[in-house]
Design a protein around this ligand. Sequence first.
Ligand code: MN
Length: 137
Amino acid sequence: MEHVTETPTVRTPAERFTGDVYLNLIEAPTEPAHLAVGLVRFTPGARTNWHSHAKGQVLYVTDGVGLVGTRDGGVVRITAGETVKCPPGEEHWHGATDTTLMAHLAVVVGDAKGDGTTWLEPVTDEQYTGALAAVGR
Ligand code: MN
């Protein structure tokens, strides 16, 4: 077995995220399983761009309060201990609320080319504000 005592925390790239987001890549999508696991910490107001996952994604919230939004206008408020399962190909975003950080484990299965995520445009301030309002903030 392999015992990893520490993983580096890195800033996520600005072309895929809005605001300050920090990633600990726990498992990169390598042979044979192509399993990718990351601990992602979003500071208040921070969120992913719109994106989708070829084989879907499981999010497990470890801390704080956050949001997940989909193209149909659906928004879910997520808190520690909750799980969100994003189906393959569904365009969505996730992030913190405007006042509280949110951290989640993100689990995907990729392929030989990477983690299977297709990155799209940023979530606008208008979309983000609308999502906050939709969950009563
Ligand atoms: Mn996602």
